[in-house]
Design a protein around this ligand. Sequence first.
Ligand SMILES: *[C@@H]1O[C@H](CO)[C@@H](O)[C@H](O)[C@H]1NC(C)=O
Ligand SMILES: *[C@@H]1O[C@H](CO)[C@@H](O)[C@H](O)[C@H]1NC(C)=O
Ligand SMILES: *[C@@H]1O[C@H](CO)[C@@H](O)[C@H](O)[C@H]1NC(C)=O
Length: 230
Amino acid sequence: MAFTRHLLLLLAAAATITATAATDDTAPSPPPSPTPWPDLFHAVLFTNLTNYSMASTGPPLRLTDLYYDWPRRRNLNLVRHQLSPDPLYDVEWNNGTTFYFDSSSCRVERFDVGVLPPTWLSGGAAAEYMGRCVTGGIDCHVWGKAGFIVYYEEVATGRPVRWDFIDVTGIQQFVMSYEVGVVLEDSQWQAPAHCFPDEENEQDTKEEEVADGLEAARLLKKLADAAIAF
Ligand SMILES: *[C@@H]1O[C@H](CO)[C@@H](O)[C@H](O)[C@H]1NC(C)=O
Ligand SMILES: *[C@@H]1O[C@H](CO)[C@@H](O)[C@H](O)[C@H]1NC(C)=O
Ligand SMILES: *[C@@H]1O[C@H](CO)[C@@H](O)[C@H](O)[C@H]1NC(C)=O
């Protein structure tokens, strides 16, 4: 089982891969390793909360623009619920501060972890290789990590194709476009004035509202936490 192929085996396999190919035809080939994320990319993700119920917060279908910016240690998710005119921003900084806001409300949270590093999947305790699978008509390698994400990468190119979180919401995210090197202009990262209210006028009433729809971002934070812990 792929489950039993642990880190030592992966390390040993990586060290001997070229020699093995030349000298021992009978040895099983080592499982492939996930491609690190590029330092900069923009991806459009189609998101489905597959375990949606009327009790869930927020509608189940979203489009998310993900801007990953490792050189500046920041990550932005621009989340659009189906037919909603007001997108949600989730701006994450490496110091753990995260701003969630839309045009009228804002919530600021502090996390113990920063932005996911490009090697979050292959680094630390390596992801468990789960084999090959065709999803969305694309031939993929599949890995699981830390018991809460299943990650699909295109065999031919190493591009991310899809990831599913093992979570009660059953979140699945499908990469619809993927542009390496694309950055979002600085002004778009700036949290708006209503994230910095005067102490006296502070209103917490809208905080719950803006939290809707950010399950995937929260799970990625949890993943960053696990990437450090494991
Ligand atoms: C979302 O997931 C649900 C549950 O698996 C499925 O029935 C539905 O067709 C999916 N919707 C889309 C648009 O993919
Ligand atoms: C973290 O960095 C962001 C962006 O520079 C800043 O707005 C925020 O205040 C910082 N948080 C802390 C706790 O320093
Ligand atoms: C689906 O969500 C319900 C709560 O809405 C939860 O009780 C159930 O365990 C979830 N199903 C899965 C497979 O996680």
